[in-house]
Design a binder for this molecule. Structure first.
Ligand SMILES: Cc1cc2nc3c(=O)[nH]c(=O)nc-3n(C[C@H](O)[C@H](O)[C@H](O)COP(=O)(O)OP(=O)(O)OC[C@H]3O[C@@H](n4cnc5c(N)ncnc54)[C@H](O)[C@@H]3O)c2cc1C
Length: 430
């Protein structure tokens, strides 16, 4: 607890929304406590490149504490929030402690949803955290290693089959880059297997890949994936994920590595507040992003259900979370200064980008659309721009340049043991 008598703002979540809020409040006379269960801010849009060995974890994540070293009014706490007592105006932490607040902002994001099939997670992990990314990376690398020593052709084929479930941006990006890895980076390094025979299957229950994009861009992405050798299966439903493989429309595909990129579930912020949530568990908020009739509690980003002026939902993407963080900063500053609060939050969509693989991306700025190599360069420059700090920008640009020129992926160390499906341990490179 801050010792001063200044207004105490508690922000839970140092993701895109939370950081934008704290950044926008620089110079405002109040004490801020920023609570996160992880010690780092994560640039999720490039997480798939960690999962597929192109980037190292430290290139896309930054210790939150360091980001605010020059802001003495900001206290960073590594702690997990488990509940809110709105009457006592306190947060309950997992270690049993509590923190009191004058104003509370919940920016706790979302995680993956398995639509009631949570047991699939063990074999088909989702991609949301650095731990997820390194787990997927380990499984990916171990699959090739095991295939190299496997003598049974059917087992080897299953090891060299990778299934991605869900063809949104993350699924498409993963499928494209795994094929590139198998096609360009790995073949010269293996002697007993031909990594170019690797099957990458992308399954989507809906009628097309990248449903958030226009039909022509989605069709382009579909063609670009197939040209790279990805098997795209749209309109097909996954009905089981087990150690034997993935069942697609009742037909089993023997496969040892699966990644779940299909569903999103908001953090339990709505439950903590005991307020209405939408189907994805997002807290339904007012126009000024306050929640549950509490003027001193805001919910923003992926964990909030916010509507646009036309009634459609604001998408769960980084710019939306950042805009909401900036908006709440304005409201808080206006209140502290005794000024009129800004009118309700209005989301401005700045465009959508997705990459399919080297020299192939799509951009949708509404009237202006683009696909192919130029779109890929713009995608790359935009992502480098949004990273934090010069070192990260140089590091990522260098890794990309090296991969572009030499086809080399440098983050390929297997550093932890993976429990095998028979319960034994593997991953001898520990
Ligand atoms: C793989 C992937 C790729 C993506 N690609 C893109 C993209 O290309 N473009 C784009 O715009 N968006 C993309 N997104 C979506 C984007 O990352 C999110 O919309 C954005 O991160 C939401 O910001 P947020 O602040 O709401 O939550 P987050 O950024 O997720 O931050 C939430 C924070 O809350 C913390 N937290 C959660 N629960 C607790 C708790 N109980 N106690 C304490 N701390 C807690 C978490 O540790 C985390 O730091 C992607 C997401 C993923 C997963």
């Amino acid at each position: 607890m801050p010792a001063s008598s200044r207004h105490h703002l508690v922000v839970v979540g140092g993701g895109f929304g939370g950081l934008q809020l704290v950044n926008a409040l620089k110079g405002t006379p109040l004490d801020i406590t920023l609570v996160d269960k992880r010690n780092h801010h994560l640039f999720q849009p490039l997480l798939y490149q960690v999962a597929t060995t192109l980037l190292a974890t430290s290139e896309i994540a930054w210790p939150i504490r360091r980001l605010y070293r020059d802001r003495p009014e900001v206290t960073t706490l590594l702690a997990e929030v488990e509940g809110v007592d709105t009457r006592a105006k306190t947060l309950r932490l997992a270690n049993g402690d509590s923190i009191s607040y004058d104003t509370l902002v919940l920016a706790t994001g979302a995680t993956h949803a398995y639509f009631g099939n949570d047991e699939w997670e063990a074999v088909a992990p989702g991609l949301k955290t650095l731990e997820d990314a390194t787990t997927i990376r380990r499984r990916l690398l171990l699959a090739f290693e095991r295939a190299e020593i496997e003598t049974d052709p059917a087992a080897r084929e299953a090891l060299l089959t990778f299934t991605i479930i869900g063809a949104g941006p993350t699924g498409v990006e993963l499928a494209g880059i795994i094929r590139e890895l198998a096609q360009s980076t790995l073949p010269k390094e293996f002697r007993r297997i031909d990594t170019r025979t690797t099957r990458v299957i992308l399954v989507e229950a809906g009628p097309r890949v990248l449903p958030g994009f226009s039909e022509d861009l989605s069709a382009y992405a579909h063609r670009a994936l197939e040209k790279r050798g990805v098997e795209v299966r749209t309109g097909q439903r996954v009905t089981a994920c087990t150690q034997a493989g993935v069942t697609i429309d009742d037909s089993l595909v023997a496969c040892r590595t699966m990644v779940w990129a299909a569903g999103v579930q908001a953090s339990p912020a709505a439950r903590w507040l005991g307020i209405e949530a939408d189907r994805a568990g997002r807290a339904v908020v007012e126009k000024n992003l306050t929640a549950g009739g509490h003027p001193d509690i805001f919910v923003i980003g992926d964990t909030a259900s916010v509507l646009r002026v036309d009634g459609t939902p604001v998408p769960g993407i980084a710019p939306a979370a950042k805009q909401q963080g900036a908006f709440v900063a304005k409201v808080i500053r206006a209140r502290l200064n005794g000024q009129a609060e800004p009118a309700g939050f209005r989301y401005r969509h700045q465009g959508s980008l997705a990459t399919i693989g080297k020299r192939s991306a799509i951009i949708d700025f509404g009237r202006f659309k683009m696909k192919g190599t130029l779109a890929w360069w713009i995608w790359g420059i935009a992502h480098i721009y949004f990273l934090i700090g010069t070192r990260s920008r140089f590091a990522v640009a260098w890794s990309w340049l090296w991969s572009y020129l030499r086809g080399h992926h440098s983050a390929r160390l297997i550093t932890q043991r993976e429990t095998m499906r028979d319960g034994s341990a593997d991953g001898r490179a520990e």
